[in-house]
Design a protein around this ligand. Structure first.
Ligand SMILES: *Cc1c(COP(=O)(O)O)cnc(C)c1O
Length: 375
């Protein structure tokens, strides 16, 4: 029976604003009146609060998650002749920055249940040219950082955590972004801590590294009008700084709401034949930027259409693995080389997930999936 139902978006960032509207408006108007649109306490205040939240001694704010990753690679002098191991099942920004600094991305396969890097494959891909690993805590689910850090330490490799989708997640009780040498965060509006525009940050416990990153992100300027290396311009705006300070106070509540939705999805969907719900590792506490199921037997696209007819909108993150993208043709990867990633790309379907998703909407997602799966 198909009832007349309301359409449920895959995500809806409009719903958050009314809940913090008064605070945000006040803070933004203060910035507008102050004339201090770049830097100042709006930004340093955010850096301090974010470092405290992630439990690192340092935080450097920047323009985006992409810049955060780029700046981290630059600060470690990673470039031509170096290899950086990462996952092919992520947003292009993760590998794009490796190429941007002149290094070579080395893609290794993932684990189908967590969607994250397979640590054995990481170990097997290490060569004398390998300089760093970029694990991505995809969809908010932490990578097994104990195993990853063991491999990295044994081979003296740098670990740059891509935390763009996992602000607030933790592994073994430690916040992601505080476990590797640096953590790179994005405040793109759809991320768990999303600004009202672009934004990013780098966290680390190494003051010297933070200092170097500040130089590179400010045109390579060490002292005023003295340039010691080629840099870039990468700033978090003052307006984003005050908005993010407010939103940071709500992040844990919003993440708990995401976790509650994920628990209900898991409870009601994990036994449906033909679909596989995401698996959380025991020591990980995920923050569910996405709740992504796998649809077996080549039925993903069909199921997606069926859900849409029932008012349930879904997303496909990501339809193609990075190692087979045209831009990486020159790396010489062949179809079938990273089979899990390739198969997963054809199976994944991300269900509606945002903190304000009501119980009734969750029920509609669950009911619709059950109904469609029995067809
Ligand atoms: C969003 C995202 C980025 C890039 O962040 P931007 O702020 O959009 O530049 C990097 N890596 C992953 C995994 C992401 O999801």
């Amino acid at each position: 029976m198909v009832q007349s139902i309301n359409s449920i978006p895959a995500f809806d960032i409009k719903q958050q604003y009314p809940t913090i509207e008064a605070e945000v408006n006040k803070a933004v108007l203060e910035v507008l009146a102050s004339g201090r649109y770049i830097g100042g306490t709006a930004v340093t205040g955010f850096e301090e609060k974010f470092a405290a939240y992630i439990t690192t001694s340092e935080c450097v704010a920047c323009n985006s998650g992409t810049d955060a990753l780029y700046l981290a690679l630059r600060a470690f002098d990673i470039g031509a002749g170096d290899q950086v191991i990462t996952t092919p099942f992520t947003f292009i920004a993760t590998s794009e920055v490796i190429s941007a600094v002149g290094a070579k991305p080395v893609f290794v396969d993932i684990d189908a249940n967590t969607f994250n890097l397979n640590i054995q494959q990481v170990a097997a891909a290490i060569t004398p040219q390998t300089k760093a690993i970029i694990p991505v805590h995809l969809f908010g689910e932490p990578v097994d950082m104990t195993a990853l850090m063991q491999v990295a330490t044994a081979h003296n490799l740098i670990v740059i955590e891509d935390c763009a989708q996992s602000t607030g997640a933790s592994w073994g009780g430690k916040k992601v972004g505080s476990i590797g040498h640096v953590g790179c965060f994005s405040f793109y509006p759809t991320k768990n801590l999303g600004g009202c525009g672009d934004g990013g940050a780098i966290t680390t416990n190494e003051p010297k590294l933070a200092e170097r990153i500040r130089v590179i992100k400010e045109h390579g300027q060490k002292n005023r009008y003295q340039y010691q290396e080629i840099g870039v311009n990468s700033r978090l705006d003052a307006i984003q700084g005050v908005i993010l300070q407010i939103k940071l106070r709500y992040l844990d509540i919003w993440n708990q709401q995401r976790q509650a939705i994920a628990s209900r999805y898991h409870e009601f969907l994990s036994h449906i034949p033909g679909i596989v719900t995401p698996q959380e590792l025991d020591r990980g506490e995920g923050v569910w930027n996405q709740y992504t199921i796998r649809v077996l037997n080549n039925k993903r696209d069909w199921l997606r259409t069926q859900l849409q007819e029932r008012g349930v909108n879904t997303m496909i993150y990501y339809p193609h693995p990075l190692h087979l993208q045209p831009v990486y043709e020159s790396l010489g990867y062949a179809s079938g080389q990273l089979p899990i990633s390739e198969e997963v790309c054809s199976q994944v379907l991300s269900l509606p997930m945002f903190p304000e998703l009501s119980q009734q909407q969750q029920d509609q997602v669950i009911y619709s999936l059950k109904e469609v799966s029995s067809l």
